[in-house]
Design a protein around this ligand. Structure first.
Ligand SMILES: [Zn+2]
Length: 459
């Protein structure tokens, strides 16, 4: 028998450990992991000596062609592939019109998902979306059973901003999702606290970006997390807290988390690799909600990642131009920053090189846990029979981040000028080489839309 590809001579890393082994791929599937002499002949041999061979990154929190991103599915997934990401989950927003880029109420949640399915046709990697509820209608509650049964088992809600929902409505969604065995995905900041402080800062003319973190304090994040996770527990629904940024909010997750069977959470690259001094250095480029926090909060992210309270590290990639950020007052800036291309590199450098966390930990937090959490059993692992989503990684390659290399439509980087060690050499999606040596080598449209399963969190 001859297979399509063998990746040989590398060190294979999974969430369970690492060992010298070769990987055989056929028809987009991993068909063997073992010693080269025991593996079949291959049409293509990839030399991975002095390289790590790992599952591709599964990023469950990415904004693409939505209210928080100017990226298209093509530009975002080019950036993703260069950054080692082989699957991502974006968002389909109820009520948002992708033509006018406005919330005009024209799309129901199922229509919004159908629209993303069309727009995602140009992706280079595999994609799915979370449904995002933005309007408290009876119809959206009814629509949930269709949405969940059609491969979108996770629903995002906000407790802040214009798209924020009341606790009462969130509670009803939780009850519905509990019946459907779906996952509730929550952005938690107390909208009233944040809005009132923002109004006060405007009156006080405190528009300097260094004033921004104080307007969305850690306790506002913890308060909203406390309400949401308590309601989720009462409803018996699976709860996933996104972009945990601070010790106070992680403590809340910790206090409700028993065995990970109902409560899970993520933090993001920027909460583990930057602190609030970034607002003096990078100004409004670092306008992100929740804000980038204190050095102690960064330490807390690693404490809670190590003990398993936080399961996942995502990017929360949002694409904006520098021009939309370079405004006088922070409240006029766009919120969010791009990091699909750099996030895994920066997190690897911080977590593994600087803090001594293991490669299996890195794989677990960036690939295996997100795939398990969101019902993607073919992803995030190198097990025989799963999709051959694989990165070949050079752990010794030292390089400096330069936003001139961005594949995203975002034209800046929060990590501009940062030198990191470790770089993705090759990215394979279902056995196809998509990025090689910093270049995209596959065509737009190679990616597939993933119909996800109901996730099982009891394992
Ligand atoms: Zn986000």
């Amino acid at each position: 028998m001859t297979v399509d590809t063998i990746i040989h001579g590398g060190v294979v890393v999974t969430a369970d450990g690492k060992r010298s082994a070769d990987l055989a791929i056929d028809d987009g599937i991993i068909v063997g992991v073992g010693q080269y002499k025991n593996l079949p002949d291959a049409d293509r041999e990839v030399d991975a000596s002095n390289r790590l061979v790992m599952p591709g990154v599964v990023d469950p929190h990415v904004h693409v062609d939505d209210p928080f991103s100017i990226d298209t599915y093509e530009s975002a997934t080019r950036a993703a592939a260069l950054g080692g990401t082989t699957s991502l989950i974006g968002f389909a927003f109820q009520g948002w019109n992708p033509s006018s880029k406005e919330f005009d109420g024209s799309m129901t949640l199922p229509e919004a998902i159908a629209s993303v399915r069309r727009r995602a046709g140009e992706a280079l990697i595999d994609v799915s979306v979370h449904g995002a509820i933005t309007d408290e209608t009876e119809d959206v509650l009814t629509d949930l059973s269709t949405v969940v049964s059609e491969g979108i088992p996770s629903i995002k809600m906000f407790t802040a901003y214009d798209v924020g929902l009341s606790n009462g409505f969130i509670n009803r969604v939780f009850q519905q999702l509990a019946d459907l065995d779906g996952v509730a995905v929550l952005h938690t900041e107390d909208g009233s606290v944040c809005d009132t402080l923002t109004d006060l800062f405007k009156r006080q003319d405190r528009g300097d970006p260094t004033d921004y973190p104080e307007s969305r304090p850690d306790y506002a994040e913890a308060m909203a997390a406390e309400d949401a996770v308590r309601m989720a527990r009462e409803a018996g629904t699976k709860y996933y807290g996104i972009h945990t940024s601070c010790r106070a909010a992680a403590e809340v997750i910790d206090s409700f988390r028993e065995d990970g069977s109902q409560v899970r959470a993520e933090t993001c690259t920027h909460y583990t690799t930057l602190d609030e001094s970034v607002y003096a250095d990078a100004g409004n480029l670092a306008m992100i909600a929740p804000p980038i926090r204190s050095p102690d909060d960064v330490e807390a992210m690693f404490e809670y990642l190590r003990d398993g309270t936080l399961d996942v590290v995502s990017t929360d990639h949002c694409a904006y131009t520098e021009e939309s950020k370079r405004v006088e007052n922070w409240w006029d800036s766009s919120f969010g920053a791009n990091s699909l291309q750099t996030g895994f590199h920066v997190f690897h450098d911080e977590a593994v090189n600087k803090r001594g966390l293991s490669y299996p930990f890195l794989v677990k937090a960036t690939a295996t846990a997100p795939a398990e959490t969101f019902g993607m059993p073919q992803k995030g692992t190198l097990a025989v029979g799963t999709d051959a989503d694989v990165i070949v990684f050079d752990p010794e390659h030292e390089w400096t981040i330069d936003s001139a290399d961005n594949a995203s439509k975002a034209d800046f980087s929060l990590y501009e000028g940062r030198t990191v060690t470790g770089r993705v050499d090759k990215t394979f999606v279902r056995g196809e080489l998509v990025a090689d040596g910093g270049q995209i080598v596959a065509d737009a449209g190679y990616g597939e839309f993933l119909d996800r399963e109901l996730p099982n969190w009891s394992v």
